[in-house]
Design a protein around this ligand. Structure first.
Ligand code: UD1
Length: 419
């Protein structure tokens, strides 16, 4: 078993380049099925979720190769429309392949994602949207079969601005007859990145970043290259790491506008944050104090994925910070582990109250999920002594060498194998 071993107390300093966005590259890899040609995706992070998406594309008949920071996908020939359970289970967000496989093949068979570490993972919004576009759906045990003799563009209203359901609807809609208008669409920057990839392929998609996205169905095939946007959650994690350690770091390769919710929170805490064109600097050398309530909401609200890292930054801030988690039911599992380090956190349902403590002390902790795991690494950076973090496979899903990046900023962290 691999673990992270952190010897806390080092102040982070220096500069680091932020990886490409996990939540952009995964839907774009699914969308590459609709290129019917070669797609080169640049700025592709090295993540186990990307490896899982590569396995799915390969199973479906695509040729896939990695070259440095790029992934090359040839989808000229897609020979299957099913995704076996073992592959679905490797990646929580594999349901993102549903719309693209259905659009490309006229049918799609895959297992239900089921629950995950953050709570139940319903896909009702995805399936309702596919139905509106003309798919017949049957569910048998844990498996979903979608079939469509003809997909037709229509108005699809999402009851909640789900990121994945918006993406799946966009991917299915590009192959429909006529136009689809998605209302109450998610507005996350990764939706805009998916639109921009589809537009490069020649599809007509407009409105990403607003609640109404229009997609015109078309026959498109060709080769294209696309560079994914910077990962705003990884960036928020490194900024929070600097805040935890009273550090002073600069992140390059970021889009500062996408980080506003996190940087506002960190400024409120007393950190000095300044942004360049594609960089952001944080100086957290002053006293850190509790901040106004952090309430997670769909973009442009405070991102649920940044809740655990920002919580880590509050563990030693003066006063009490209230968190309200509105997106996922089970997103405070890291709090019990933080308490092992000496954190003062009370949770009740969707609310967590974090009161800053003077000292945290190293202890063995378990990473329970991707962002919760990263937040434990951050807590360990400021704890006295050694913290060993197990369950780091969760962290590998979304961070491209988290330990290496933190080490380059001065952290004492290593990845080691234990019995
Ligand atoms: C995406 C992100 C994830 C992020 C989340 C919210 C990717 C690969 N993952 O996940 O990192 O935390 O957005 O910003 O982009 N829901 C339903 N029915 C559905 C679909 C969703 O009830 O059919 C609910 C979910 O249970 C959840 C909420 O809607 O409570 C938000 O989920 P959604 O926006 O779909 O998240 P994902 O696309 O899975």
């Amino acid at each position: 078993m691999e673990i992270f071993r952190v010897n806390g107390g080092n102040r982070l300093e220096g500069s680091a380049r932020v990886q490409g966005a996990k939540n952009s590259v995964l839907p774009i890899m699914a969308a590459s099925l609709l290129a019917r040609g070669t797609t080169v995706i640049h700025n592709c992070p090295r993540l186990s979720d990307v490896d899982a998406a590569i396995k799915i594309l390969t199973h479906l008949g695509c040729g896939v190769a990695r070259e440095g920071g790029s992934v090359i996908i040839n989808s000229s020939s897609v020979t299957r429309h099913d995704i076996p359970h073992e592959l679905m289970r490797e990646m929580r967000s594999s349901v993102i392949f549903l719309g693209a496989v259905l659009a490309r093949c006229g049918e799609a068979v895959m297992s239900m994602p089921g629950g995950c570490e953050l709570g139940p993972r319903p896909v009702d919004l995805h399936l309702d949207a596919m139905r509106v576009l003309g798919a017949e759906i049957t569910q048998d045990g844990g498996s979903i079969s979608c079939r469509a003799a003809r997909l037709k563009g229509r108005r699809v209203n999402l009851d909640f601005p789900s990121v994945g359901a918006t993406e799946n609807t966009m991917l299915c809609a590009v192959c429909c007859d006529g136009a689809t208008v998605i209302t109450n669409a998610a507005r996350e920057p990764e939706i805009w990145d998916l639109q921009s990839y589809l537009a490069r392929l020649g599809y007509q998609v407009h409105g990403a970043g607003t609640p109404a996205i229009t997609v015109r169905g078309a026959d498109v095939s060709g080769d294209t290259e696309h560079s994914v946007i910077p990962d705003r959650i990884a960036a928020a994690t490194y900024l929070a790491a600097a805040a935890c350690t009273g550090g002073d770091i600069e992140l390059t390769g970021v889009t500062p506008g996408h980080l506003a919710a996190a940087t506002d929170a960190l400024s409120g805490m007393g950190c000095r944050v300044s942004g360049g064109h594609d960089s952001v600097r944080i100086d957290a050398s002053g006293l850190r104090r509790a901040i106004r309530p952090i309430v997670t909401r769909p973009y442009p609200g405070f991102p649920t994925d940044a809740q655990p890292p920002i919580m880590a930054a509050c563990l030693q801030a003066e006063g009490t910070t209230v968190f309200v988690e509105n997106i996922f039911e089970n997103r405070y599992r890291h709090t019990d582990e933080m308490k092992r380090l000496g954190a003062d956190i009370r949770t009740e349902g969707r609310v967590a109250m974090v009161t800053g403590v003077k000292r945290l002390r190293g202890a063995p902790v378990v990473s329970t999920d991707l962002r919760g795991g990263a937040s434990l690494v951050l807590a360990a950076l400021m704890a006295e002594g050694v913290t060993e973090i197990s369950g780091i496979r969760h962290i590998d899903r979304g961070y491209d060498d988290l330990a290496g990046a933190l080490r380059s900023l001065g952290a004492d962290i290593s990845r080691t194998v234990t019995a």
